[in-house]
Write a protein that binds this ligand. Structure first.
Ligand code: SF4
Ligand code: SF4
Length: 367
């Protein structure tokens, strides 16, 4: 049974102490980062920089508190993510979202370098064989994984495991293959149906990776494609399909996250999950829908399985919000499963099977 600190999102009086910011400071004190971070350790604060048009990522004010707590125990923090769109454009996305050196109080860098090509190959599991890990993660001495929890169109849920599975690896290998594409769909590729396509161009416009082009037909660059399914979702004619094996994708995700964690010595990684502004989809999308449940709060602990399981349970126990995508869903059938069509527990339980942590947890409320 793993202990997890939990701070509720409720703030019932006018004092600073009931703010989420103060509660996060309190949790960081109770967690005692000196148990995980030695003096002069380089500490990656792994978060998601978001997407232009999306705005529900973890806000800079929270990242700053994490950075201050790392500095207080003698660590050298840097806030980081891996290249998702072109490197400098992605840093500018972070800047637009308010994440920069001035706001968070430490360097904001791309873990896989400006061009997304700084990485090392490591062993992964049975499905992936091996995977590339961004050098900024690989070489860091310690890591705080700061995650905005939400739905995900392929995994049902995007939490800490997904943050590492997709975010600790580079977009592409030097040979041009999409590493994220390999996790998203091991054996299948995006397919285009000429009969159904009316050449509206919506898919080309929504692709962040320049993998689609349109002349008198849609051409797919399979090397560039991350298999993120944005184009599949946007096509109203169902002219694009990407067959997936749900379980295999989720298991591959757990393998990739494990490979990233294996680059750290034991007891060097802490996880902070924000179960706030839980949207139906992930932060890569160029828009943010309204939350499907009320804000729940923040969880913190050193077990990636326990924290994702607890986050999922909090989401699943919550009532769907009116006027949201979940409004008419029956939560008894599983909120995220109903929303996304995927069972979100598959990858979390597979992570437990891989020995990454324990799904049983105990909540220690700090407010
Ligand atoms: S969004 Fe669909 S219909 Fe429009 S161009 Fe793309 S494949 Fe064709
Ligand atoms: S799945 Fe579609 S939107 Fe995503 S990278 Fe591939 S072509 Fe682009």
């Amino acid at each position: 049974m793993k202990n997890l600190y939990f701070a509720s999102a409720r703030s019932e009086d006018f004092s600073y102490q009931t703010s989420m910011v103060a509660k996060l400071e309190n949790m960081l004190r109770k967690t005692d980062l000196s148990k995980y971070i030695d003096k002069d350790d380089y500490v990656a604060v792994k978060t998601h920089f978001g997407s232009e048009g999306g705005h529900r990522i973890v806000r800079p004010i929270f990242l700053r508190k994490v950075v201050e707590a790392i500095k207080a125990v003698g660590g050298k923090p840097f806030v980081t993510d891996t290249v998702r769109i072109e490197g400098l454009d992605y840093l500018e996305t972070a800047n637009i979202e308010g994440i920069n050196h001035l706001s968070v109080g430490c360097p904001v860098v791309l873990a896989d370098g400006v061009f997304g090509k700084n990485y090392l190959k490591v062993k992964a599991g049975k499905i992936l064989g091996e995977i590339s890990i961004a050098s900024g993660i690989y070489d860091a001495d310690a890591m705080i994984v700061v995650t905005h929890c939400k739905g995900h169109i392929q995994a049902g849920y995007g939490g800490a495991i997904k943050n590492l599975a997709m975010g600790a690896i580079p977009g592409h290998t030097r040979e041009g293959n999409s590493e994220r594409g390999r996790i998203h769909s091991i054996e299948t590729q995006l397919e285009w149906d000429e009969e159904k396509c009316e050449l509206c161009g919506d898919c080309v416009e929504i692709c962040d990776h320049d993998a689609l082009s349109m002349t008198d037909k849609i051409e797919i660059d399979h090397f560039k494609c991350h298999k993120c399914r944005r184009c599949v979702e946007v096509c109203e004619n169902e002219a694009l399909t990407l067959p997936i094996t749900e379980d295999e994708f989720q298991m591959a995700m757990a393998e990739a996250a494990k490979a990233a964690l294996n680059t750290f010595k034991p007891n060097k990684v802490v996880f902070i999950n924000f179960i706030m502004e839980v949207m139906p989809h992930c932060d890569c999308h160029p828009h943010s829908d309204v939350p499907v449940i009320n804000d729940q709060g923040i969880l913190m602990g050193d077990d990636i399985v326990a924290i994702d399981m607890a986050s999922l349970d909090l989401i699943e126990k919550s009532a769907p919000l009116p006027d949201s995508k979940a409004e008419k869903l029956d939560p008894k059938k599983g909120l995220l499963k109903e929303l996304t069509g995927r069972d979100p527990y598959v990858h979390v339980l597979h992570a437990e099977k891989l020995g990454m942590g324990k799904s049983k947890y105990k909540i220690l409320r700090i407010d």
